[in-house]
Write a protein that binds this ligand. Structure first.
Ligand code: MRU
Length: 359
């Protein structure tokens, strides 16, 4: 990588605060947002200052430790303190419905709380902070492993299409979908990335095009509706993107527009790869139809640049995510290796090997 990558999530020890790179300000400004309470973290997740499934989980875990520090200051009574922390966990879990990693991380924090429910408040707060650090650090490793496995699917000079942002800005490390690109680049491989702008919130143009450019990778930004033509005219050789939740059968929820790309990849006979850590897999859901899908406010569609772009009272449908049925997916890249169809069996096998790492 040409220059130091941005750090989207940092715990500041001196002030006991969570520092988030405010992604709503990118690519124009790199400014941090300071979270002092779990309520600040909830707000940051809801307004997408921190976003991307693994990053949301990490930020929420730090949010729980902030709640524990404050609860310990407010009461000496463990039962009352624990209730306050549980309330914070509930609030954090209500911020965004689709990313599995949020619930996975909060469950881990809940386990620490229940294992140490009678511990003195300062001890409990540091145990929860240590767990949040561990979740963060652990994600960094998972990203590297995803990169190592995923790069085996790529070739030098590949032309690759990606969607939304599943890179450094979305994780605790070098990303999921973008991790193989960064690993390949470190090995001297050259890639050309085609980046969908990703309407309506433009994570592709604002975030992915920015972080890849920072890393010195060749990028061509396209509008979402250019994808089919670009695959054909620009000789794109594969699609690689991230996931917010993966079912036991391998159906994938990811940013709205992902399903379109899966159909396009099939039509053009190019591989369609999904990259995600095991913390994105939901062991309780088989069909993608059962994944809760976040809806954007209609303003995301009816207004742009502060101006009205649609008639008043027009009906809208603005899902933030869609679900790609497993039959469109060529392979799922995880930190434990590459899963191939039938995904139901492949996922069951990985699960049997490492249950605790699942969502
Ligand atoms: O709404 P966002 O920006 O949080 O959506 C993010 C995505 O859809 C990513 O592709 C997904 O979370 C994977 S991030 C490694």
């Amino acid at each position: 990588m040409r220059q130091k990558m941005p750090e989207p999530i940092q715990w500041e020890i001196e002030t006991n605060t969570l520092q988030l790179l405010d992604q709503t300000r990118l690519p124009v400004r790199m400014v941090n947002l300071t979270c002092r309470t779990h309520i600040d973290v909830c707000r940051a997740i809801k307004r997408l200052s921190v976003r991307g499934a693994p990053a949301i989980g990490i930020a929420a875990a730090y949010g729980v430790s902030l709640a524990a520090f404050h609860a310990g200051l407010e009461t000496d009574e463990p039962a009352q303190r624990n209730q306050m922390i549980l309330h914070a966990i509930r609030k954090l879990s209500e911020t965004r419905p689709t990313a599995m990693n949020l619930f996975w991380a909060l469950n881990q924090m809940k386990e620490v709380l229940s294992d140490h429910k009678d511990a003195p408040s300062d001890e409990l707060a540091s145990l929860l902070l240590r767990k949040a650090y561990q979740i963060h650090e652990d994600d960094r490793h998972r990203c590297e492993q995803i990169g190592e496995h995923g790069v085996e699917l790529l070739h030098d000079r590949y032309r690759i299409l990606t969607h939304c942002n599943a890179g450094v800005l979305a994780t605790g490390g070098i990303g999921t979908a973008l991790a193989p690109i960064y690993v390949g680049r470190q090995r001297g491989m050259i890639f050309h990335l085609f980046v969908d702008e990703t309407r309506p919130l433009l994570q592709g143009s604002r975030l992915t095009a920015w972080e890849l450019t920072q890393a010195g990778i060749d990028v061509t930004l396209i509008s979402d509706n250019t994808a089919a033509y670009a695959i054909r005219k620009k000789n794109i050789q594969c699609v690689i993107l991230g996931a917010d939740r993966i079912t036991t059968h391998g159906d994938v929820a990811n940013k709205i527009g992902t399903y379109n790309l899966a159909i396009l990849a099939k039509e053009h006979a190019i591989p369609f790869y999904v990259a995600a850590p095991l913390s994105t897999f939901d062991p309780t859901i088989a069909s993608g139809d059962d994944i809760p899908i976040e809806q954007h406010d209609e303003v995301a569609l009816t207004e742009s640049f502060g101006k009205r772009m649609a008639p008043l009272r027009v009906k809208t449908f603005v899902p933030a995510f869609d679900v790609t049925p497993h039959r469109y997916i060529t392979a799922i890249i995880t930190e434990k290796g590459i899963l191939r169809p039938p995904f139901r069996d492949a996922i069951a096998r990985v699960r049997a090997d490492c249950d605790g790492e699942f969502g």
